[in-house]
Design a protein around this ligand. Sequence first.
Ligand SMILES: [Zn+2]
Length: 312
Amino acid sequence: MSKRLYIYNTLTRKKEAFDPINPPFVGLYACGPTVYGDAHLGHARQAITFDVLYRYLLFLDYKVRYVRNITDVGHLEDDADEGEDKILVKARLESLEPMEVVQHYMNRYHLNMASLNVLPPSIEPRASGHIIEQQELIVKIMEAGYAYEVNGSVYFDVNAYHEKHPYGQLSGRKIEDLLSNTRALDGQSEKRSPLDFALWKKADPAHIMRWPSRWSEGYPGWHLECSAMSTKYLGMQFDIHGGGMDLLFPHHECEIAQNVAGYGKPSVRYWMHNNMITINGQKMGRSLGNFITLDELFAGDHTRCWNRLMVP
Ligand SMILES: [Zn+2]
C-alpha cells in the first residue's frame, strides 16, 4: 500500500502512522448525536470529519466497520449525573412519548446527513437497544472492584481505579486538579467522591425511560453505552475512536476507565478529536442556544442566521 495515513493521536499527543490491528480490517467508532433537537453546524463538523476519515480508509482499500451510535437514553442535562434526561425534558415539553422524540430527531438527523453527502455508518446502535450489554459491563466492573452500589444506583469508583490505572491520561487532567476544581459532596450525595460517575441510576417514580436490573428499575449512565456498544461491534480492542473535543472529558476518559476496569485493557489504539465550531469565541451548542441548524443553513437565509448570532 503506497499511500499512508497519519493520525494525530490525542492519547500520545503525536502524529502517528496508522497501522490497523487486523489489516485489512479497520474498526472505527464515533460518538453520535443525542437526539432531542435538530442537528446544527457543530454536528455537521463532527460528522464530516469522520466521514472524510471513513472515505479515506475505504480509498486505501481497508475493510472498514464504522459504528456511530445514537444516544436515546441516559444523557442528563449537565452532561454528568445531575438533572433530567434531555430526551425526557423534550418529550414532556411537546407532550410526546420519549421514543417519538427520538424517532423524530433521528429521522431528521439522517436527512441532514444525506444532504451533507455524509455516508451512513455500517452500524448505528442505539443505547436503549443495548441495556443488557450495558448491565453486563456494570457487573464486570463491579466484580473487578471498581464500582459500588448505593440505594439502587451504581457508581464507578474513580479513586479505586486510579490506584492501579492512570485516570486522566487522555485529557491530560490530574486527579488532584480535578478534585480541587470540583464541588465537594454535600452529604446528600450517594457518591464516595465527586469524581465518581454513574453506571446505573435508579429511576425516580416520574422517570418513564426505565428498565429492570439486579440493582433497581433504572437506566444506564451516559458514558456506559459507548464502552458497551463499541466492544460489542468492534471487539475489546479496535483501531480508531472519534468524537468532538467537548467529549474528551469526562465522556471519553470515563469510557477508557470503564473498558480497562471491565475488560482488563484499554480498547482504543488511536483517539481522534475534531475541534469545535465557535461563535464569538464560544462553542456552538444546543444547550447554549447559539446555534444554526442544518435546516436553517440549507434553507439559504444565511444572513439572517449569522445576524442573529453575531449581535452582541
Ligand atoms: Zn460516546
